[in-house]
Design a protein around this ligand. Structure first.
Ligand SMILES: C[C@@]1(CC(=O)O)C2=NC(=C\c3[nH]c(c(CCC(=O)O)c3CC(=O)O)Cc3[nH]c(c(CC(=O)O)c3CCC(=O)O)/C=C3\N/C(=C\2)[C@@H](CCC(=O)O)[C@]3(C)CC(=O)O)/[C@H]1CCC(=O)O
Ligand SMILES: NC(=O)c1ccc[n+]([C@@H]2O[C@H](COP(=O)([O-])OP(=O)(O)OC[C@H]3O[C@@H](n4cnc5c(N)ncnc54)[C@H](O)[C@@H]3O)[C@@H](O)[C@H]2O)c1
Length: 208
């Protein structure tokens, strides 16, 4: 398993099933991907999301009909309450060369991680299906420190630009960036007085 951060803008994500789990998966991709949900019934929260809803009984569909829905899809998620239906969708997705995530049944190609999102940062936690509860606990543990990491990334971006304009050798620029990233005064200052700390860090680290 290899983690990737993927731009899902305008990518087609097809979700089968419209219950609690399908809603969570739809919410995960909503706002970036183009989502269609195919199900016999839809939970109330899923109907509030900006997604296409297609009402159908999947057990009555021929393989070709399912295949048609998957055409051009980046990712297919099976989240019905039937393992047999989910696995059947997985088989067709594999034939179509489409990435597949299975909420219940044989594991697909991808796991959906628990995520923490900052302005400059995304962290994903996955136990590869071993313990979603642990993934959640890790997310909650890291949520609190995201604002300070975000501020550090802002500072580092500005510092990198400033250092590139100097004649300092690359090794020295790298050393200073690493040192500033671990400087306790800067870390503390960023959460208290962000702009002032960025100014003083630049004076201290980004000159020849
Ligand atoms: C990260 C997150 C993304 C998302 O789905 O949106 C996610 N589950 C989340 C929440 C969540 N999951 C469960 C509950 C109800 C708890 C309860 O039952 O009361 C809740 C709600 C909650 O806790 O809030 C239970 C559960 N989960 C799975 C099974 C089936 C099984 O294990 O077979 C069961 C049934 C019971 C059990 O066996 O526990 C399976 C999967 N869940 C995964 C991801 C993948 C593995 C990720 C990993 O290994 O790290 C995988 C394999 C599916 C996949 O590939 O996507 C999201 C994080 C939310 C957060 O960040 O707060
Ligand atoms: N992967 C995860 O994160 C995770 C977490 C908890 C549970 N699960 C498992 O995922 C599955 C779905 O859980 P849920 O809580 O969303 O269940 P749910 O009962 O709320 O939803 C099931 C959905 O599947 C649809 N469906 C079932 N058969 C269908 C058919 N023949 N045609 C069309 N639609 C059909 C139903 O209409 C419903 O919308 C369960 O098997 C559950 O054990 C997975």
């Amino acid at each position: 398993m290899i983690p990737l951060i993927i731009d899902c803008t305008h990518k087609k994500v097809i979700i089968f099933g419209g219950g609690v789990v399908a809603t969570r998966k739809a919410r995960y991709f909503a706002g970036e991907a183009d989502i269609s949900v195919i199900s016999r019934s839809f939970s109330d929260p899923i109907t509030d999301l900006p997604i296409e809803q297609i009402q159908a009984d999947i057990s009555l569909m021929q393989d070709d009909e399912i295949r048609e829905y998957l055409r051009g899809a980046f990712l297919t998620i099976a989240a019905t309450s039937s393992k047999a239906i989910n696995d059947r969708i997985g088989r067709i997705a594999a034939e179509e060369g489409c990435l597949f995530n299975n909420a219940d049944g044989s594991a697909g190609d991808i796991f959906i991680p628990s995520i923490v999102r900052g302005e400059n940062l995304i962290i994903g936690f996955s136990t590869s299906g071993g313990s979603p509860a642990v993934a959640r606990i890790l997310r909650e543990r890291f949520e609190g420190i995201v604002p300070e990491i975000d501020a550090m990334i802002d500072l580092q971006r500005i510092m990198r630009d400033a250092l590139k304009k100097t004649d300092l050798p690359e090794e020295e620029r790298r050393r200073r960036l690493r040192e500033a990233a671990q400087d306790p005064e800067i870390i503390e200052g960023l959460s208290r007085a962000r702009d002032e700390t960025i100014r003083s860090a630049l004076l201290r680290y980004a000159h020849e």
